[in-house]
Ligand binder design. Structure first.
Ligand code: BGC
Length: 887
C-alpha cells in the first residue's frame, strides 16, 4: 500500500504504545507522530481513519490539524466502541495544499468494554491440597465454526497465569499473562488475533494455568501463599467473524458443560523456586478438536467481579531473543549421564529451552541457575534464598523441546544434571524475557569500561522490568520496591519508553495508598516480615511524586500528572503532618526499621544496611523538600493555583528548617551536620541551596574536597549515589566527578566492572575483592538502583538533558574529562531523535548535534571551570557540526 509513502512523517503511535496494538482501553486514544525534518510554516496534517466494527462495513473519516499538534493529539473523531478497529494514516501538506509526505498506516483496536465481558473465570473443580506447590490444571473446550474466520480475537485473562493454545498451536508470545497488578482491585485482559489459527468446522481451545503472583508464594521471610485467593482460573472470550458474515462467541463458563479440566504435566511451578514437569502426564492432542476428554472433569467457576478487569496500558512480558552459552563444561556424571556447567556470559532474566532427547521414560533432567559462581566454581545459590530457580523435567521417553512456563529465572550460570550423552549448543535455546518496551537511549565513549558499565545498567533494567519494576529478578523477593524505582526512573525513562509500563504500576501504587493510608514500601503490597505494616518512609514513599514527575519530563504528557495527582497530594499531605514545627521530618516512622536513610552506604555492616553515616532526618527532609517542589510544579501545570502556592510555602518552610538544622555557615567554609558526600550531594542536586549561591558553591566545594580526601571513592548508598556526580558538575567539579566514576577500587562502579560484573549490583561489594560473595543475606548481582549513575553519563558525558517536558527544549552540555577523547549519546525523544556526539581534537571539541523537529537545543559553550565566558546558544531542528573551544 501507500505508494506515496515517504519517511517525512512517521506512522502515528497510539497513546504510549509502539506499533500496531490490540485491546486498548482508551476510546479516544491520543495520537503522536514525528517528522524527519521541520515541516514548513503553516503545514497541515490530514488524519484519515478507516474504522470498522466486527461484522460491520468500513467507515472512513478525516480530520485536519496543525502539523505542530503531533504530540498526543486528542482523538479527532467520535469515540471508538468496544472492539472497534481503526486504521490510521497521516498526510502532510504545506500551506498551499501540496503533498509533502504520507505516513505508513497504524492499526489498533479497542478492547472489550465491561458490558461485553461475558466470560467467567473457570478452573479446577477438585479440591486442591492446602499447599503452595499444587499440581497445575489444564482447561479445554471445543466448538464449531460455520465458515472460515475473517477475523477472530481471543480476550484472555486469568486469576493466576495462563498460556493459551488454539488447535494445538500457541497463542501469542506473551509470558506470565496477565502480569502482576493489585488483583483485589484490577486485573488486565489481553487481546490476541487468532484468525489464522481457526478453521471452518471443529476447533479447540486449551489453557495451561499456573499459580503466578495470584496464589503462588510471594516474597521473602517465608513469603506468603494464596495472597489474592486460593483458586486459579482462566477468563477466555473468543469472538469470531466468519467470512459468511456470521458472528460466533465462545466464552469460558461452568454451565454449558463444554469446558473441561484435568491435571496437566506441570506438577508444580513457583515464580521463584522453579518448575517441576512430568512429560509422562502429557495427553497428546489435548488442545485439538476430537480429543477424548471424557475423563476430564467439568470446570468450576472462580468468582471475580468483571468490572475490575481492565484493558492494559503496557506491553506484555515477551521473548526478547536468544542467549547463547559461551561455555559448556562437563563437571561430572557417570556412564552415559552427564552433569554440565553452562556459562551464558551475561546475567539476565531468561529461561532455558532444552532439547530433551535420548532420555528413557522416567529419567530426570535437573536444571539449576545462579548469577555467579562461588570461589570453588560451584553455583552460588545461597543468595537466592528460597528462590532456588530449580527446574526438574521427567521424560516420557520421547524427543521434545521443553521450557518451563510459569516460573522466571535470572542467571548467568546454570547446571544441568542427568543429561544423556554430550550436551551441545544445538540442544540449548535460552530465551531472554522482559516487558516489551521501545528502546530510546544510547551511549558510547572512548572508554571501554564505561561502555561496559552502561551495558550492565541496561541489563539490570531489562532484568527488572518484568511486568512491574522490581528490585531484583532472582531471589525470593522481586517486589515493586518504590525506593529503587524512585532513584532509577530518570535513567530508565532515557533508555526506554517506560510511559505505559510505569504509569500502569503507578495505578497500583495509588490503589495501595488508598487502602493502607500511605505509600507502601513496595507495590503491589504484600504484608511480609518487618515490612508487614506499611508506613511512610522517605525515598521509598517519595517515589509517589518522583516517578510521575520523571514520566512527565520525559514524555511531556500532562495526563500522567492528572492521573497521579491524588497519589502525589496524598503523600505530601501525609508527610506534612509528620514534620516538626521547623519543617524537618525527624519523626521516627512507626515500624521496626525506621527511616532507611542512605540505605547500603558502603560503611554499613553487611547485616545492617540501614546504618548509614548520613543523618536520616537530613536525608528524609531533603527528599521531602524535593517532592514538595515537584508537587508545586505539578499543581501549576494542572492549573491549581492555590495548591501551587500552598506547596511553595511548604517548600520554603522545609528549606528554612533544613538550613537551620543541618547547615553551619558560621565558619569560613560551609559544613553540614553530616559532613558526608550524601548530605552535600542531595542538598545541591535538589536545589536546596539555590537561594544562596555562596552556600551552594561552598557545599559543592566541600563535596569535591570529600571526594579528593577519599581518594576518589564512592561513599554513598541508595540515597546519595544518583546525585553525587550531578552535584559536582553543577558546582564546576567535573574532575572529581570523573575521578569517582573512573575509580576501579572498591567501592566504585568500575570496581564491579573490573570484577567481571555483567549487571549492576545491589551492594557496592556484592562480590568482594578476593572473589568471595558478600556474606549478607541480602546480596544481589542484579539491582538497578546504583546504575542510576548512567543518567550523569547521558547528561554530562554524552551531553543531553531535557529542560522542558517532552524535550521541547534540551540542554547540550558535555563535560570533557577523565581522559575521554570521545563521547556520544542519543535519545529518541517524543519529537524524534536527539543526538550529541563529540570528539576531542587538540583541546577542541568537535560536536555533532541532531535536533528533532519541534525542539530547540541549548548548547553550552565556553569553559566550565572559569565560568567566565560560558554562554548558551540555541540551535533549531536539523543537524549541526560545531567546534567548541574548551578554554
Ligand atoms: C530490596 C531493596 C529495597 C530494600 C528496602 C531490599 O530487600 O532488595 O532494593 O529497596 O530491601 O529496604
Amino acid at each position: 500500500m501507500d505508494s506515496g509513502y515517504t519517511a517525512v512523517i512517521s506512522a502515528p503511535e497510539v497513546e504510549h504504545f509502539h506499533g500496531d496494538v490490540l485491546g486498548i482501553g482508551d476510546h479516544r486514544p491520543r495520537l503522536s507522530w514525528t517528522y524527519a525534518s521541520q515541516p514548513p510554516e503553516g503545514a497541515r496534517v490530514t488524519v484519515s481513519v478507516t474504522r470498522r466494527m466486527p461484522g460491520g462495513d468500513p467507515v472512513r473519516q478525516e480530520a485536519e490539524v496543525d502539523a505542530g499538534d503531533n504530540l498526543l493529539l486528542a482523538w479527532p473523531f467520535a469515540p471508538l466502541s468496544s472492539r472497534e478497529e481503526a486504521v490510521v494514516t497521516l498526510l502532510l501538506q504545506d500551506c498551499d495544499g501540496r503533498d509533502l509526505g504520507r505516513s505508513l498506516e497504524r492499526r489498533f483496536e479497542s478492547g472489550l468494554d465491561v458490558t461485553d465481558r461475558i466470560a467467567d473465570f473457570v478452573g479446577p473443580s477438585w479440591s486442591e491440597v492446602e499447599t503452595d506447590h499444587r499440581h497445575l490444571p489444564l482447561v479445554r473446550t471445543e466448538f464449531g465454526l460455520p465458515s472460515r474466520p475473517k477475523a477472530a480475537r481471543l480476550y484472555l485473562s486469568a486469576l493466576g497465569v495462563v498460556q493459551a493454545e488454539v488447535n494445538g498451536g500457541r497463542v501469542g508470545s506473551d509470558e506470565l499473562t496477565p502480569g502482576w497488578t493489585v488483583y483485589r482491585d484490577r486485573l488486565e485482559c489481553w487481546a490476541y488475533d487468532v484468525t489464522d489459527q481457526l478453521n471452518k468446522g471443529a476447533n479447540a481451545l486449551g489453557f495451561w494455568l499456573g499459580d503466578g503472583w495470584y496464589r503462588g508464594r510471594l516474597g521473602f521471610d517465608g513469603g506468603m501463599a494464596n495472597f489474592y485467593g486460593d483458586r486459579i482460573g482462566v477468563f477466555a472470550q473468543l469472538e469470531v467473524e466468519g467470512e459468511d458474515g456470521s458472528i460466533t462467541h465462545i466464552y469460558s463458563n461452568s454451565w454449558d458443560r463444554r469446558w473441561k479440566t484435568s491435571m496437566g504435566p506441570i506438577v508444580c511451578s513457583d515464580l521463584y523456586e522453579g518448575e517441576t514437569y512430568d512429560a509422562r502426564l502429557e495427553e497428546p492432542g489435548w488442545s485439538r478438536p476430537g480429543f477424548d476428554d471424557s475423563a476430564w472433569a467439568p470446570v468450576a467457576e472462580v468468582p471475580y467481579d468483571p468490572s475490575k478487569i481492565e484493558n492494559p496500558k503496557l506491553q506484555a512480558v515477551r521473548d526478547q531473543g536468544k542467549s547463547e552459552p559461551v561455555s559448556i563444561t562437563r563437571i561430572g556424571g557417570e556412564g552415559g549421564c552427564g552433569s554440565y556447567l553452562l556459562d551464558f556470559g551475561q546475567n539476565r532474566t531468561q529461561r532455558m529451552r532444552l532439547h530433551m532427547h535420548g532420555l528413557r521414560k522416567g529419567a530426570q533432567v535437573s536444571i539449576r541457575h545462579a548469577e555467579v559462581l562461588e570461589q570453588d566454581g560451584t553455583l552460588a545459590t545461597r543468595t537466592l534464598r528460597r528462590g532456588q530457580e530449580h527446574d526438574l523435567y521427567t521424560s516420557d521417553g520421547s524427543d521434545a523441546w521443553w521450557e518451563p512456563r510459569f516460573t522466571m529465572h535470572a542467571f548467568r550460570y546454570a547446571s544441568i544434571e542427568g543429561w544423556p550423552g554430550e550436551l551441545t549448543t544445538d540442544d540449548i535455546d535460552c530465551r531472554i524475557y522482559y516487558s516489551d518496551m521501545e528502546r530510546t537511549g544510547w551511549f558510547s565513549s572512548s572508554n571501554e569500561m564505561l561502555d561496559k558499565l552502561h551495558r550492565n545498567v541496561l541489563w539490570s533494567m531489562r532484568s527488572n522490568f518484568v511486568s512491574i519494576p522490581t528490585d531484583c529478578p532472582q531471589r525470593d523477593e522481586r517486589m515493586g520496591w518504590t525506593g529503587d524505582i524512585d532513584l532509577f526512573a530518570p535513567t530508565a525513562a532515557y533508555l526506554y519508553d517506560v510511559q505505559g509500563f510505569l504509569s500502569s504500576w503507578l495505578k497500583d501504587v495509588r490503589i495501595e495508598q488508598e487502602k493502607y493510608g500511605t505509600v507502601p514500601f513496595f507495590a503491589p503490597f504484600v504484608p511480609l516480615g518487618v515490612w508487614a505494616k506499611p508506613c511512610a518512609i522517605a525515598i521509598w514513599g517519595d517515589a509517589a511524586v518522583a516517578v510521575p514527575w520523571t514520566l512527565y519530563m520525559a514524555g511531556g504528557d500532562e495526563r500522567v500528572l492528572a492521573e497521579s495527582w491524588d497519589l502525589v497530594s496524598g503523600w505530601v499531605e501525609e508527610v506534612r503532618g509528620y514534620l516538626s514545627p521547623d519543617g524537618v521530618w525527624d519523626r521516627r516512622p512507626d515500624y521496626p526499621l525506621g527511616q532507611l536513610g542512605d540505605w547500603l552506604d558502603p560503611t554499613a555492616p553487611p547485616d545492617d544496611p540501614t546504618q548509614a553515616v548520613t543523618q536520616k532526618e537530613l536525608v528524609a527532609s531533603a527528599y521531602f523538600a524535593r517532592s514538595v517542589d515537584y508537587a508545586s510544579r505539578m499543581a501549576q501545570v494542572l492549573g491549581m493555583e492555590d495548591k501551587c502556592s500552598d506547596y511553595k510555602k511548604l517548600y520554603e518552610r522545609i528549606v528554612a528548617g533544613y538550613h537551620a538544622r543541618f547547615v553551619d555557615v558560621s565558619g569560613s567554609a560551609v559544613r553540614m551536620t553530616s559532613d558526608t558526600q550524601c548530605a552535600y550531594a542531595i542538598s545541591v542536586a535538589f536545589g536546596l541551596f539555590d537561594g544562596n549561591p555562596r552556600l551552594k558553591q561552598g557545599a559543592g566545594d566541600r563535596l569535591a574536597e570529600l571526594v579528593r580526601e577519599s581518594g576518589g571513592k564512592v561513599a554513598t548508598g541508595f540515597a546519595g549515589t544518583p546525585f553525587v556526580l550531578p552535584a559536582l558538575s553543577e558546582t564546576s567539579h567535573d574532575s572529581e566527578a570523573y575521578s569517582l566514576l573512573l575509580s576501579t577500587d572498591c567501592p566504585s562502579w568500575l570496581y564491579q566492572v573490573r570484577m567481571g560484573a555483567t549487571t549492576t549490583w545491589e551492594r557496592w561489594d556484592s562480590m568482594r575483592p578476593d572473589g568471595s560473595i558478600n556474606p549478607g543475606g541480602m546480596t544481589s548481582f542484579n539491582h538497578y538502583a546504583l546504575g542510576s549513575v548512567a543518567q550523569w553519563m547521558h547528561e554530562r558525558i554524552g551531553g543531553l538533558k531535557a529542560l522542558e517536558p517532552g524535550w521541547r527544549t534540551f540542554e547540550v552540555d558535555p563535560r570533557t574529562g577523565g581522559g575521554l577523547t570521545e563521547g556520544s549519546t542519543s535519545h529518541l525523544t517524543p519529537r524524534g531523535l536527539a543526538e550529541s556526539s563529540w570528539k576531542l581534537v587538540d583541546g577542541e571539541l568537535h560536536l555533532h548535534l541532531v535536533v528533532p523537529a519541534g525542539s530547540t537545543a541549548r548548547v553550552m559553550v565556553g569553559a566550565v571551570t572559569s565560568g567566565v565566558d560560558r554562554k548558551a546558544e540555541d540551535y533549531g531542528p536539523g543537524t549541526h557540526d560545531l567546534l567548541i573551544k574548551r578554554r
